[in-house]
Ligand binder design. Structure first.
Ligand code: FMN
Length: 165
């Protein structure tokens, strides 16, 4: 049943990855890291500056690799850090590359105190014909509890009913 699950995420400093890995441990499926063709700088302030400019321009960077198809996946978990109140540009690229119509999209986010802000709106705009579930929103200081938080979220969503046979 987990063949129908895709977990795709971008993570600059590892927090969103922790959430993705916890989802993977609990649901199985395919774990896919979204990697920009040109990596962001290692320096935090430089990345913050570059991200601000990219988001202002609505820039969607090229990605290093793409999935051949997303056809077989019924449930797509999509993870992003909060960057300037919205999803990171590589995640916007990823969501623009495929047609998610008819699929269930389950967003998960990590943030540094700003919370959800415009992240869910951004996902919904890029997946207009998908069922977008209530997101998981985790503060960066709480990622040590990833498994517990993810488990509670999946239970709240009643995820089994979306996985099907
Ligand atoms: C470029 C950049 C911009 C960020 N902007 C925000 C923001 O607007 N609001 C917020 O709450 N956190 C912001 N953060 C903090 C991250 O969302 C937070 O540390 C997150 O857990 C990082 O996830 P990651 O480790 O998967 O990259 C920003 C971080 C970076 C690098």
């Amino acid at each position: 049943m987990t063949r129908s699950v895709l977990i795709a995420y971008y993570s600059w400093s590892g927090n969103t990855r922790r959430l993705a890995e916890a989802i993977y441990r609990l649901t199985g499926g395919t774990l896919f890291e979204i990697v920009p063709a040109t990596p962001y700088p290692a320096d935090y302030d430089e990345t913050v500056r570059q991200a601000r400019e990219e988001i202002r321009r609505g820039y969607k960077p090229q990605l290093k690799s793409r999935l051949e198809t997303i056809e077989p996946f019924k449930v797509v978990f999509v993870g992003s850090p909060n960057w300037w109140g919205t999803i990171a540009p590589p995640v916007a690229s990823f969501l623009s590359m495929y047609d998610f119509a008819g699929k269930v999209v389950a967003p998960f986010f990590s943030h540094g105190g700003g919370g959800l802000q415009r992240m869910l709106t951004a996902v919904k705009q890029l997946c207009p014909r998908s069922t977008v579930l209530d997101p998981l929103v985790v503060y960066e200081g709480d990622v040590d509890r990833a498994e517990e938080l993810v488990g509670a979220w999946l239970k709240r969503l009643g995820i089994e009913r979306y996985l099907g046979p």
